[in-house]
Ligand binder design. Sequence first.
Ligand SMILES: Cc1ncc(COP(=O)(O)O)c(C=O)c1O
Length: 540
Amino acid sequence: MFEHELDRAMAQATVPIVEEQIGFWWERRHTRESIAWLPNSGSSRIALLPLRDGNCGWTEFPDDSNLLEAGNFGRESDVKCNNILEAMGNTPLIRLNRVTKGLPAEIYVKADYLNPGGSVKDRIGVWMIDEAERKGLLKPGGTIIEGTSGNTGVGLALVAAVRGYKVVFTITDKQSREKIDLLKAFGAEVIVCPTAVEPEDPHSYYSVAKKLAREIPNAFYPNQYENPMNPEAHYRTTGPEIWKDSDGKITHFICGMGTGGTISGAGRFLKEQNPQVKIIGVDPVGSLYYEYAKSGKIGKARTYVVEGIGEDIFPGTMDFKIVDDVLQVSDEECFVWARRLAKREGIFTGGSGGGCISVALRLAKDCKQDDLIVALLPDTGSRYLSKIFNDGWMREHGYADSEVTLTAADVIRVKYQNGKTRNPITVGPNQTVFHALSIMQQQDISQLPVFEGDESIGTVFEDQILNLALQGKELRKLIVREVMGAAMPQVPSNAPVERVTHILSHESPAVFVEMENGKLEVLTKFDLMDTIAGLVGQVR
Ligand SMILES: Cc1ncc(COP(=O)(O)O)c(C=O)c1O
């Protein structure tokens, strides 16, 4: 059975697991449960397995495919690891209890933020580097260079620290300060590149990483966007873990899509076990994925704030064939749900995890009693302490996280009840400034929207007109178009009242609320003060 006596000797002895010593003869493989070492040169019918005492033993199995069934070995709760890399994976599946009250289906989270580097990306760091070493693409003392939103960097930096490689990362300037500091803590060099440039731009973080990889000698560029080991890591570990821990009962897998590695790899494994499992992608408004999945069209990407999910490119690691549906999330719902999850379930994840929970809760409403939803939580909330979990930051950006969710339409409703609403009073762009001033005085208002047909194109303000008069300008000769400022900001009827408050204090003294019937209603600071006290009482 053994082609090489050496294989036999190593397999039968219990030897300490030291990668450098056995890596030459043995190939590292991840199984459903753990890590196994297969002989590179000899028989493929034995596997060398890590034991809990730090030594290793061996097992026989009929062929390579059965390795997954070879038994429950390796890491257990009291595991002793030979290095931090062995502590990766096997993250728990945790049931949500409070936020799911009254819903027919159960929601579990796959808590990948509990990986040693704090994210799901630990998994692909090891897999991409193992493969590069096997293929001779990365040699001792080499440099790993990657464009990363932060988490893949940490995964790679952990491998580099354990195995003695240098690391350089390019990162976009929208990433949180904590992520950059974290990469530096592991000894990485970090180059911050602009977010608001096209991917092909020479300053984009993709382009800079590629250029450095060409220029630095003995450099390896894992390129998580095209590296098949990215989805493979999830096919071999994340997917099997979820299948096993849900006892094969999972009906929906909900997962954010960045490179697409997680959803494509874990999703493929789950579909192979049961083709009925629905694989649902979560995509932020502004990313290209949603429109592409729905219509096959490549739209125009817009910037959004949530980190790690959504793309302005189509990576080779994203496999749309296994995705059954894609649901969109706003930045705000990602952040609000990340905060609620911490407060109500003690689960501390970032915005992309919050987005997955928001989608899981939306879906759960229409699920059956025995449906079992698994939502992936990619990274830890501690990466976002200065953003999502900072009340000041949330307020400044107009994100609302209140228990009583008042909307702009609620305020308008109370205005109606108080008999205060009237059709917006407007002025045309070619009317005189004097005319505009007379309207404001007659109606006792201090700003006037300018409309051209149905379109709101500007605003004139009482203060501004008085200043013009003081400067000696002839108000009967000036027309509105010449002096008007920007159009009033517009919010949808379901905008939280906190967003309206933010606009009123920072941007404009009045906003338009676009009601469900398409009519525009004006909301001012005065309206808010006038209505809000009574309104809170009513809604509570
Ligand atoms: C916070 C966060 N969420 C989600 C993802 C998406 O995972 P994937 O790239 O496997 O699609 C990433 C990827 O970088 C991430 O950093």
